[in-house]
Structure formats: C-alpha cells, structure tokens
Design a binder for this molecule. Structure first.
Ligand SMILES: Cc1ncc(COP(=O)(O)O)c(C=O)c1O
Length: 325
C-alpha cells in the first residue's frame, strides 16, 4: 500500500476515463502539438489570455522548463527546504546553484527567502501549500514578500495541492500574477484530478516568458491521451465531482489527523492531501514499522514522515501501526 507519493485515492472521474478509452482507439495519430483545444478550455476556465498559458509534461517538468526560459546569466534558484524534493533536482539539471532556505517551523521563511535573493537569482520558488509540511501561505504574506523582490526576479508559485486548501486567506496565485509582472503560477492535473500517470501541468506566466518556455527543453507534449483527459477534467460536471471528492478527502484527512494525534503522534495541520508527522529522531523507526505492516510512507530522516491520505483500508492500516506504537 503506497502512501508515499501524495496520489489521489480516487481513480479519475468516469467521464474522464471514458474520454481516454475513446481516444485510445486513435493512438496511431499524433496529438495536436499546440494542444489548442486544451489551452482554449483552460484559458476560459481560468479567465486568462491563451498567450500566457504554457502546458508541460507534469508541473515539475514544466517548472524546470520555465526556469530554463529565464535569464541564463543568472545561476541561483532560491527555494524553501523542507519542500518539494524536485526543486534542488531542477537546479542541478540546469547546472544552477540551489539556494535552499530553511523553513520557519512548518512554513516558508519569507524574510529569509527575500534576503537570499541576489543579482544572481534566476528565480524564487514558493510551494503553496508546502510539500511535505502541508502549510499554506496567505495572500497578505505573499503580497508583502513580492514587495521585497526586484521586478526582474521571477517568482514561481507551485500550487500542486491547491484543490485541497480550505484556508480562507489562501493566496490567490492568479490574482498575484495579474498584479505582478514577475509572477508565474504552476498547477497540475496529477493530484486532485488523479491524472498522475499522464502528467499534465500548466502554468500561467507573463507573456515575455511564455514563448521561450514553450521552446525550452523537449518539444511536443503533452501526449494525446493526456490532452484528452485534461480537457475532460474541465467539463463542469467533472469539475464539480472533483471538488466533491477533494472535500470528502479533506474530511477523511482531518479525521485521520485527529486519530493519529489521539494515538500519540505529532501531526501538523494540513491544507493538502497528506499529513506531516514531525517525529524527529523517531522518523525512520516509524517508517520501518509502517513498511513491516505493508505501508510505504515517505521518511525524511531525523525530521519527519509524510503520509498521503489514502483509501479507507490504507488509512486504517496506518492507524493500526500508530496505535500499536
Ligand atoms: C509541490 C509539488 N509540485 C509538483 C509536483 C509534481 O507534479 P506533476 O505530476 O504535475 O509533475 C509534486 C508531486 O509530488 C509536488 O509535490
């Protein structure tokens, strides 16, 4: 049972699966290399111009392409740590220096991140809400942060888990993008929409970045089935079902968090589809006990363990390990 990857416990909505099955009969055809239908549907859904939308091979791959499109004369990428493990890998792939700024407790240390920006900064990455700690930044926090960042330094806000957020003051990345010429917002169909196997990510970016980003890296993605599936996700009935599922999962998450806490584990508040257990030196031992019970979790040695909110059987098995501890 894999509770280590932050995947959705739900398979895609039936209408999405039907669209993929139907499109699978035409696998001999190349996909539209401009993804025109998907771009148009996203532009309408988000109320943004087509020109500022960039699609990518998952939001992680897309983030790397966005960075690649930025000033190659700058070679430092400022990002939070603990955060998404992909960020330092992107920096390494681009032969850039990863400037990892430690969290302030469970959340970004925005003061320290602003202070880490120099003339060599290629971009700043914000993970909102943050993987693995589950904390979300507010609109006021990011607004104040942006006021301290030079206009020529691009800030990329990674909203991979935005569909699970219930915090009323959650930063509206698209509004920040509209207000600031240096803000990009990156999202994914992998998590709440359950399309991880097809990997489609999209970004809303300033026009000057969109062209170079489309030309960066490998050409011709997403594949045909990925386009069809993502397009089907944007149908109103499917969006409603996705929102209902996210709300259901948030309820399951909160009950699981309370039960884990009642079993004596430290549990951080979460705005995502996973829970962060800051177990410190006990992290490896807990992960091993989970593995013995047939559950994969993500251990960050000496710091904590991230567990994805799974289906009922997975959550029960995890709770049994916690209670046995
Ligand atoms: C914060 C964050 N961003 C991006 C991704 C990658 O998503 P995708 O499947 O769209 O590449 C993940 C996946 O775990 C993630 O946690």
């Amino acid at each position: 049972m894999d509770l280590s990857m932050n995947e959705s416990p739900f398979p895609p909505v039936p209408a999405v699966l039907d669209a993929v099955r139907e499109a699978a009969a035409r696998l001999q055809r190349y996909p539209d290399f401009r993804s025109a239908e998907l771009v148009a549907a996203l532009a309408k859904h988000l109320d943004v111009p087509d020109g500022g939308l960039v699609l990518g091979p998952g939001s992680a791959g897309l983030t790397q392409l966005l960075i690649q499109a930025l000033d190659p004369g700058r070679d430092e990428i400022v990002h939070p740590a603990l955060s998404f493990e992909g960020y330092p890998l992107m920096a390494a792939n681009l032969r850039n220096r990863s400037v990892a700024v430690p969290l302030d407790g469970l959340t970004h240390d925005l003061d320290a991140m602003a202070a880490a920006v120099t003339g060599r900064t290629r971009c700043v990455l914000l993970c909102n809400p943050n993987n693995p700690t589950g904390a979300a930044l507010s609109h006021a926090e990011i607004t104040a942060f942006l006021a301290r960042i030079p206009d020529d330094v691009v800030v990329i806000i990674d909203e991979a888990y935005r569909e699970y957020v219930t915090a009323g003051d959650y930063a509206d990345g698209l509004a920040l993008h509209r207000e600031h010429d240096n803000v990009c917002v990156v999202r994914t169909f992998s998590k709440a929409h359950g399309l991880a196997a097809l990997r489609v990510g999209y970004a809303v970016v300033p026009p000057r970045i969109a062209g170079p980003a489309r030309m960066a890296g490998v050409l011709f993605y997403p594949g045909g089935l990925a386009q069809v599936a993502a397009l089907a996700c944007l149908e109103p009935g499917v969006l409603d079902e996705c929102a209902r599922r996210c709300a259901r999962l948030v309820g399951v998450r909160d009950r699981l968090a309370a039960a884990l806490a009642a079993a004596g584990l430290p549990v951080a508040p979460s705005q995502t589809n996973f829970l962060w257990l800051p177990l410190g030196t006990g992290s490896d031992a807990f992960a091993r006990r989970c593995a013995d019970a047939g559950i994969l979790v993500r251990a960050f040695p000496e710091v904590g363990v991230r567990v994805t909110v799974g289906d009922e059987a997975g959550n029960e098995r995890l709770l049994a390990v916690a209670r046995a501890g």
